[in-house]
Design a protein around this ligand. Structure first.
Ligand SMILES: [Zn+2]
Length: 99
């Protein structure tokens, strides 16, 4: 668990449903899990909150959603889909927050 502290941390609410501050990097790293509904409720709320407020992450989010909508029409368990997904992920990282 990499809990990168950002600004002031409110330690009392970390475990609750309340969203906590997450960084752009955290958001991008968890974006696929978020979209797959694999994150715990607190983290899901945190990512959602960040995406709504951060234009950069919102662009990533929208691109990922559009991508998922596309692959949803293809076989989900296709290994080619996995590879494609990694490519898109890499592309998003390149465009986004690595500089
Ligand atoms: Zn962001």
């Amino acid at each position: 668990m990499a809990n990168a502290p950002e600004q002031q941390q409110h330690h009392k609410s970390v475990r609750s449903m309340t969203s906590v501050a997450v960084s752009c990097r955290d958001t991008i790293e968890r974006l696929w899990e978020y979209l797959d509904g694999e994150l715990e409720p607190g983290m899901t709320a945190s990512i959602r909150h960040h995406v709504h407020r951060c234009r950069s992450c919102q662009a990533h989010h929208d691109a990922a959603v559009a991508f998922l909508a596309k692959v949803a029409r293809v076989s989900v368990s296709d290994p080619a889909t996995e590879a494609l997904r990694e490519q898109v992920d890499a592309l998003l990282r390149e465009r986004g927050l690595t500089s």
